[in-house]
Write a protein of this length. Structure first.
Length: 227
């Protein structure tokens, strides 16, 4: 059974989420001590985290960045802070998705279930994709380059996998969104841009500049003449 950890300051919302997720066969744990979210995470070992931005002691951005230091577990932000900058900040901190309050409960649960399926039902542990000096290990969520190990989130792995499988060809944004989120109608188009931008920055930090190129009005491509 998958476990959902809910980090939500509004007790009513937390209880409603927990109650309805249990109906769908999901185990839930509501964090009560907002001063030690990382400690709670290590103790409970959830499969996914629902994380509010506005919290006592430290905000959700802080806790997301702390958890990202030790785990690639899927993190979904839930917040009434719905400005583009809030969504961008959430994605840059390592979030996988963003749900705006007030939200449709069924849509929220559908997003959680879809993310769990993508992350934990994905079975290509032994598969490795190579491209001129890089090796993408799908099961381990890492990219090797020049004897450096680059840790990737699940979304970053999927973006790279799709682009590497079709290297030399432009992959449309809609195609990538369907691979990442199954039903792109649930996702702000800006979310994909943020994910790709974050991935590019990570690759650049390891010397892989322009590894992913943008084809304006078309999508993204990994060209066969790089490196």
């Amino acid at each position: 059974m998958y476990k959902v950890m809910i980090v939500e300051d509004d007790v009513t919302i937390a209880r409603i989420l927990a109650h309805n997720m249990r109906k769908w066969g999901l185990d839930t744990y509501i964090v009560k001590d907002f001063s030690s979210v990382t400690k709670e995470f290590l103790k409970e070992k959830p499969h996914i985290i629902l994380l509010d931005i506005t919290l006592p002691f430290f905000n959700g951005y802080y806790w997301c960045s702390e958890i990202r230091k030790i785990s690639p577990v899927p993190i979904v932000f839930i917040s009434s802070n719905s400005a583009s900058m809030d969504i961008i900040m959430a994605m840059n901190m390592g979030g996988d998705d963003f749900i705006t309050k007030p939200f449709d409960l069924e849509v929220a649960i559908a997003k959680v279930q879809a993310l769990l399926r993508r992350v934990y039902s994905y079975r290509e542990e032994s598969k490795i994709l190579e491209h001129k000096g890089t090796m993408l290990h799908l099961g381990e969520s890492i990219l090797l380059y020049n004897n450096q190990k680059i840790d990737l989130t699940k979304n970053e792995v999927r973006i790279l996998q799709l682009l590497l499988e079709r290297k030399g060809n432009v992959v449309a944004r809609d195609t990538i969104m369907k691979r990442l989120w199954e039903d792109e109608s649930f996702v702000d188009d800006n979310t994909l841009t943020v994910n790709v931008t974050r991935l590019r920055k990570k690759l650049e930090d390891y010397g892989l500049s322009d590894f992913i190129q943008t084809k304006k009005g078309q999508g993204y491509i990994i060209t066969t003449d790089l490196l």
